[in-house]
Design a protein around this ligand. Sequence first.
Ligand code: GDP
Length: 368
Amino acid sequence: DPKQQICIGCGVTVQTENPEMIGYAPVSALEKETIICQRCYRLKHYNEIQDVNLTDDDFLKILNGIGQTDALIVMVVDIFDFNGSWLPGIHRFAGNNKVVLVGNKVDLLPKSVKHNKLIHWMKQEARELGLRPEEIFLVSAGKGWMMKETAAAIDKLRNGKDVYVVGCTNVGKSTFINRIIKEVTGEGDVITTSHFPGTTLDMIRIPLDDGKALIDTPGIINHHQMAHYVDKRDLKLITPKKEIKPKVYQLNEGQTLFFGGLARFDYIGGDEKRSFVCYLANELTIHRTKTEKAVELYENHLGELLAPPRPEQVESFPELVKQEYVIREAKTDIVFSGLGWVTVNEPGVKVAAYVPKGVETVLRKSLI
Ligand code: GDP
């Protein structure tokens, strides 16, 4: 059929190949008189936002567009992967618009974490990344924590303007918006097709009561996240679902920890036994060994003892790349993007962090 199939909801050209990309509709939907993509279908019938992914170029276009409108921007980040889920350049594309920062998944952090302290920490980190957020909220969209308060605050801060919600994939943006929809509209139908101007290709407008809208933008894939190198089934394993139980390791110089087969941590030097606190998904196996045996162990047991990756992925799994750090300040986190972090409580140690080529490690002031 040479005729283009257009979704009556959002105006996107419909495709039937890739359910995770924009414009997807099952083949059966094409037989209907009016075609609606799966994303609009779900929103219309279930009041539910579904995330779609875009290429970087498309995403940049959207971001630049937002900078030119007069709106409130809400950026959602995953507090468990703060740096990895940060949208690089947000401060530039926001233009003159105010930005509200939402740290999601706070339910994953140990209960002992003081939320005020964490918000302060987020403020400092944001500043280092070039952003001065108007306000910062710490929520669990999944559990519904602080959502009422955040929804109310956003409604006040938007000051009669549209609200754009932005964030990387997997930060919980859809979950967050679905919660907000419930707060704003109750259980009623949020949209009818008439709400769609039929021109916005990638954004979904959820009407607010003053004629303005809450706009869901597609999530961008952050290429340096661990998520790209693990099997979908293992992603469930490395993504914590519940409050993280920190694991403390007393290491001697020359000892190594493997986090599954995904990352490695060496205690190279200091002068005595030191404790290192690991914040990783509870299900991820930590394996301790002597550093001198580490390479051999990895070569012989990747995919079995050291898993994920899965045996069939071993061959294509990227090599681990080493980064050495000298820790000069007390309470420093070594972050393995997308996997978790190791807290070093006392300064004066030399360590090495290894992650698959393409993934990042960063040092930061301890979050907890
Ligand atoms: P999106 O890609 O940003 O739209 O993210 P989703 O809303 O699809 O959520 C991504 C994953 O994070 C899903 O597995 C969610 O269940 C999970 N998730 C979302 N919000 C929370 C939260 O507040 N806490 C926890 N622990 N998981 C969450």
